[in-house]
Ligand binder design. Structure first.
Ligand code: NAD
Length: 475
């Protein structure tokens, strides 16, 4: 069966005006399973005009009503979870159970954005002269352009839809063209729930053509992006040139500090599960394991055993615990990083190669004796590879853990409370997981420091990136 995904403009799904289309590949089989329509400049002009109309209607819908509609959309996703999860698995590759969790999380974000919409308020301050007052009013920022990636194709878009639609904005989303269906499924639920049709658009195609067009469009007020640091820099520079605000959720390279006081088998079980979730393609994924010398060997042995015991297979097989990498690019990148480490003297304890001959599967991999110059310690691996690095000197280890450019996630594993505090304080990251993995739930804001991002998503702040204030002084 092949699937055809088309542009969604003003509630209608249609082919691009030039008829251009891309192929969708199942990462578990490498077979072409569908087509995705590409937008032309003409299609983008229509999209922007529709979104400007959609903004007027949706912003005029009361926040209370917007909340009701977003909650209804969340419920539709929850009811249709099997179809939605299968869409994610088919185009992204993750085991269907993990895809179901992603759909649930997406629904939670939409619901949360709707709840926060109901709490939008203005502030009134007393003026400096008798009877005078100042109102600080909250308004939707305008049409939002959202660029979303392929690793959590629905959930990472849901965060942006929840914030933008909750705030009263219209949104034009360009998902990764490799995973077009996941955002469309969510967008259809939003439309069915009652969002103004023109307030939602989903377009696919040549990334540069779309980003150049949307950033330059006068009607587009805001840019939000989740993806790699290089693309984030490119988009932020383009938005800066026309003074448009950006929200950037970019990559990381998360250090994990495992201290000598913990049970190494417990720590290894927990961290291996986190490492290989979504085949390591998570921006919060633990990716550099600093393990204190006394427990280093036992931690490593158990981590290797866990990696070897993982059932790797197609996401649609309920027995699979880890699916393929999402695309051929990722497979080539991981092969390159592991080969580079090997050529610099690292030892591969398990994995280190493709798994099978068909599909973008890569064996869960553990490497040791990795020199500082190895690319895998400098570049976000975004794959199922765990470099384990012993340490004895805490200050020297922290120096390495606090890489100057990355600032997304970090982890500390210790039951020593004063050490927990000291390390949590010392880590220059926007996220610290203590004694466990980090899951982003909608109720808490999360974002990266340094080159890992600008702004946060979620929490009581979820609408803020999509709002602007008007200062009204009344005498
Ligand atoms: P990439 O840098 O080519 O693309 C990253 C994302 O940006 C993709 O979704 C892509 O469609 C999009 N993109 C590229 N050019 C764009 C443009 N001009 N305008 C708008 N969007 C554009 O890398 P890739 O091979 O797709 O992914 C690999 C790297 O991306 C990973 O190593 C990881 O660092 C990063 N990544 C991060 C996240 C995250 O959650 N922060 C998600 C996916 C990928």
């Amino acid at each position: 069966m092949t699937h055809e995904f088309r542009l969604l403009i003003e509630g209608a799904e249609r082919a691009g005006s030039t008829g251009e289309a891309g192929e969708i590949v199942d990462p578990a089989t490498e077979k072409v399973i569908g087509k995705v329509a590409y937008a032309s400049a003409e299609d983008l002009r229509e999209t922007v005009a529709a979104s400007a109309r959609g903004l007027r209607d949706w912003a005029a819908t009361s926040p209370w009503e917007r909340g009701r509609i977003l909650k209804r959309a969340a419920d539709i996703l929850r009811t249709d979870i099997d179809v939605a999860a299968l869409t994610i698995t088919r185009e992204q590759g993750k085991p269907v159970q993990q895809a179901r969790t992603e759909v649930e999380r997406s629904a939670d974000f939409l619901e949360w954005g709707g709840e926060e919409a109901r709490r939008i308020s203005d502030r009134v301050l007393s003026g400096r002269t008798p009877g005078a007052r100042v109102e600080v009013q909250t308004h939707p920022i305008g049409v939002v352009a959202a660029f979303t990636p392929w690793n959590f194709p629905m959930a990472l878009a849901a965060k942006k839809f929840a914030g933008a639609l909750g705030a009263g904005c219209s949104i034009i989303c360009k998902p990764s063209q490799e995973t077009p269906g996941s955002v469309l499924v969510m967008a259809r639920a939003l439309l069915e729930a009652g969002v103004t049709p023109a307030a939602i658009a989903v377009v696919f195609g040549h990334a540069d053509l779309i980003s150049d067009h949307l950033i330059a469009a006068r009607e587009v007020a805001k840019l939000t992006f989740t993806g790699s640091i290089p693309v984030g820099k490119h988009l932020a520079a383009a938005a800066g040139a026309v003074i448009k605000p950006v929200t950037m959720e970019l990559g990381g390279h998360a250090p994990v500090i495992v201290c000598g006081d913990v049970d190494p088998e417990w720590a290894a079980d927990m961290m291996a599960a986190a490492k290989f979730s979504n085949a390591g393609q998570i921006c919060l994924s633990p990716s550099r394991f600093f393990v204190e010398a006394p427990i280093h060997e036992r931690f490593t042995a158990r981590f290797v055993a866990r990696a070897q015991a993982l059932r790797v297979g197609a996401g649609i097989d309920p027995a699979s615990e880890m699916g393929p990498l999402a695309n051929a690019r990722r497979l080539a990148a991981i092969e390159g990083l592991v080969e580079d480490a090997r050529s610099r003297g690292a030892s591969i304890l398990t994995g280190g190669k493709r798994s099978g001959t068909r599909g973008f599967f890569y064996a869960p991999t553990v490497i040791v004796d990795v020199p500082d110059e190895a690319e895998i310690l400098r570049e976000e691996p975004f794959g199922p590879v765990a470099p384990i690095l012993p340490f004895t000197n805490e200050a020297a280890m922290l120096d390495k853990a606090n890489r100057p450019e990355f600032g997304l996630a970090s982890y500390v594993v210790t039951h020593d409370i004063s050490r927990q505090r000291r390390l949590t304080e010392a880590l220059e990251y926007g996220v610290v997981g203590v004694n466990g993995p980090v899951t982003h739930y909608p109720e808490a804001a999360l974002g990266g420091w340094k080159e890992s991002g600008i702004d946060t998503e979620g929490g009581v702040e979820i609408l803020q990136p999509y709002q602007r204030t008007k200062h009204v002084s009344v005498r």
